[in-house]
Design a protein around this ligand. Structure first.
Ligand code: SF4
Length: 486
């Protein structure tokens, strides 16, 4: 937005105060509304009401139409969220987050067809596209929904896709029954609860649609191990597609697509998204714009860490982490590993003085602090060291925020997760490329500009195996620091 002034960006509903809620609460100050949490996320943009004895859908009076925005005839108190969204749609150049854009492409393409006719689309951080697509084609069943439908948990096999199809079938049936009961209840006419009705209808639609998607191509779906609470009760079960390529085309419709990433490989990327290799031009930047000396990597080959490694192997690696932290005693740093239990083990066995420097940071944390809050605390302490299994991507530790980073363990995808195992069996290239991408992303966390620098240490010997297997996938801009001869 800073570089390209004419670009119109779209932000999520949580960034804007809802005019309707403000008027209901009689608040005029937008900052105050935001502080009170009266954001567009909570606004009811359309409501079912009874008027003159008839049930009608009432659209929020603050919501402009896209035509009004195009003709500049919308009212001055129009909803901020829809205004910016429609301004982006009518403008020649717009900037979207993946979720908002994919939402339009999947559900509202026809509605906005006149505005989506573009020549080029550019997808940044393209190595994450599969994760974004999966959010639109997988299905999660929550324990609360099974309870709501009054179904008996023990009747289903949570490892079997047919049984899960039966579960979605039973849920859809129960939702339909509830909707019918509500509508036929004599109280409904006198005192209708449209909020509850529309919630049940949405659940019915989603469940019924998921059932259709799964039945159409059952072989392509896996049921992940259910997540359970402390009492062993099911919290949720995820049903995910193995191959997303069949769904990918929905999202890439322009004549030209540009996919940008520092860490993608042509063959596995095309295979994964179902792109025809002959239709792709691949530009592998020959050299990193950041000097080699600022990005040096030391492969220390301490021990091979895996599910089968011994306690002694783990302790040996932790001993070296301690030593490196001593060498950087007055600097901030980052330690990356593969799981939360491994983070705890490292914290437990470091020397007391280095344990005090550690700040464990995950996307969600037991004390309720967000990742950003922990990083802010880290910025205030001159020798703080972040320890994480989730900061491999999407975090900018620029300049003094991190001058050393330790890769304690190679980030293999968790093959105990059924979808990962199934995908790995079907697409071996994918598994290697996922590991490489995450590793290379990790290397980049602490060097964010031409003048920034940080030292990287890799302790897990398994890295050699990954780099050997993935040698044809490594982008050229890493050849210098990985000492690969061209
Ligand atoms: S259209 Fe905008 S102002 Fe109206 S309810 Fe929705 S978010 Fe709120």
């Amino acid at each position: 937005m800073k570089d390209i002034k004419f670009m119109k960006s779209v932000k999520g509903k949580q960034n804007f105060p809802c005019e309707k809620l403000m008027s209901l609460e009689k608040i005029e100050n937008e900052k105050k509304a935001m502080r009170w949490g009266l954001t567009c996320e909570k606004g009811q943009c359309q409501e079912r009401i009874v008027k003159d004895g008839k049930e009608i859908v009432e659209i929020c009076k603050f919501k402009p139409t896209i035509k009004q925005v195009e003709e500049n005839s919308h009212s001055s108190d129009s909803c901020h969220y829809y205004l910016q969204k429609y301004l982006a749609l009518i403008s020649n150049h717009s900037l979207w987050n993946y979720h908002s854009f994919f939402q339009i492409m999947k559900f509202n393409r026809k509605l906005f067809a006149d505005y989506l006719d573009r020549k080029v689309s550019i997808f940044d951080e393209a190595h994450k596209i599969e994760d974004q697509i999966i959010q639109f084609v997988g299905f999660d069943i929550f324990g609360g929904q099974i309870d709501e439908c009054k179904l008996d948990y023990s009747r289903y096999d949570y490892s079997d896709i047919d049984s899960m199809v039966n579960l979605t079938d039973d849920m859809a049936f129960q939702y339909a029954k509830k909707i019918k009961q509500i509508k036929e209840d004599p109280n409904f006419e006198k005192n209708p609860d449209f909020e509850q009705l529309s919630r049940l209808e949405k659940r019915y639609d989603k469940t019924a649609q998921a059932r259709i998607d799964i039945i159409e191509d059952k072989e392509n779906f896996v049921v992940n191990e259910p997540q359970k609470d402390l009492d062993g009760k099911i919290k949720f079960v995820s049903i995910k597609p193995i191959d997303v390529s069949k769904f990918a085309k929905t999202f890439f419709e322009t004549e030209y697509q540009i996919f940008m990433s520092a860490t993608i490989d042509k063959n596995s990327f095309c295979e994964n998204l179902g792109l025809d290799l002959d239709e792709i031009a691949f530009i592998d930047t020959p050299k990193s714009p950041f000097p080699e000396v600022n990005r040096s990597i030391d492969f220390l080959n301490i021990r091979r860490l895996s599910y089968g490694s011994t306690h002694e192997d783990e302790l040996e690696v932790i001993k070296i982490i301690d030593k490196i932290m001593d060498e950087h005693k007055d600097e901030r740093g980052l330690i990356l590993t593969s799981s939360i239990p491994r983070c705890k083990l490292i914290q437990r066995y470091l020397s007391p003085k280095n344990t005090r420097r550690i700040k464990i940071c995950h996307s969600s944390n037991p004390d309720g602090k967000s990742q950003d809050e922990i990083i802010q605390e880290h910025a205030k302490d001159h020798a703080s060291v972040l320890l994480s299994s989730s900061l491999w991507e999407g975090v900018d530790l620029k300049d003094d925020l991190s001058r050393f980073q330790i890769i304690a363990k190679v980030p293999y995808p968790n093959y105990k997760e059924k979808r990962i195992k199934a995908k790995m069996d079907k697409f071996p290239l994918w598994y290697t490329s996922q590991t490489l991408t995450k590793l290379l992303q990790g290397f980049g966390r602490s060097i964010r500009s031409e003048t920034d620098w940080a030292k990287t240490y890799v302790l897990d010997t398994a890295v050699n195996n990954v780099l050997f297997k993935a040698q044809r996938m490594i982008p050229k801009s890493y050849y210098d620091v990985l000492k690969i001869d061209i």
